[in-house]
Design a binder for this molecule. Sequence first.
Ligand code: ATP
Ligand code: MG
Length: 332
Amino acid sequence: MNPVIDVRHLVKHFPLTGGLLGRKIQLLKAVDGVSLAVARGETLGLVGESGSGKSTVGNCILRLIEPDRGDILLAGQSILTLTGQELRRARRRMQMVFQDPQSSLDPRMTVKKIVGYPLEVHGLAASSAEIADRVAHLLQEVGLSSDHLDRYPHEFSGGQRQRIGIARALITEPDFIIFDEPTSALDVSVQAQILNLIKDLQRRHGYAYLFISHDLTVVRHISHRIAVMYLGTLVESATRKELFDHPAHPYTLALLASAPKPNPLLRQELAVLQGDPPSPVQVPPGCRFHPRCPHAMEICRDTEPEQHNISPTGAASPHLVCCHLYREGHRR
Ligand SMILES: Nc1ncnc2c1ncn2[C@@H]1O[C@H](COP(=O)(O)OP(=O)(O)OP(=O)(O)O)[C@@H](O)[C@H]1O
Ligand SMILES: [Mg+2]
């Protein structure tokens, strides 16, 4: 695979300060060694409970926040050392669509201004007529019409507003787009339309997507591969089919069991996810999942599990799982 985006051992710890002098008292380990890659035309779903670090991964990739360690390669080139003009150019090739189109669209700006703004600030269009043209074309592409150019966000429904958010992300002709819970604020019927639009756009343009969601049903609908995140680390990743047919990590099993259609075979796991995950300030030693894991063994309490590839020999894509249950080189 020749990835569009290649994230290696990404770490982001937020210092928590306290006391009169605002001294660092603790570290919140939001992202603690995450590696992932996405190819052209591919969607990687990133799934996990609230607070597991999904958005922090996305924000680091776009350098909206600076990671502490690790590397991020865009088309083979590290973007962490870029500054000025080069950084701006790299940023245009990566875009983000946010959860809440209501709050991410400026209510005082028309659609033409909102969607065309990146062209304006980066000086990517020769004239305002060209901007209007390109915006009108994009509106059609996302299922709106050029009649909407001079309207304001409040004149649209939630689904239409998310279409505007998507058009804004596409205007700089990116290679890679992060969707951070793009349909969580929408009704189920509208959700499906937006997901289909996102898929269609990928089919037409070959974008690479990182699709963040806590909802496995949504991730399943859209992803080619899925990575499961728990307390700042990836515990399992595989192709969609492999992950749903042969989920391996006890946390993934628990997530599947608490999805709307529980598998009766996995009922036993249902209790696991009751209670909140431990705090990323006090990450449990050994395997982070062991306090909630029905299969926890002695080794899980003190030794961090390594990553094992359990895919059948010869499989095109690895099935990676970080769990001591698979330490004997177990393959399917
Ligand atoms: N700027 C920040 N400063 C301090 N802590 C932060 C900051 N941003 C995120 N965190 C913490 O990092 C952890 C991971 O947060 P993040 O938003 O990445 O999780 P998430 O998986 O996207 O959750 P959700 O599903 O709720 O969006 C959380 O404990 C959060 O409180
Ligand atoms: Mg988030």
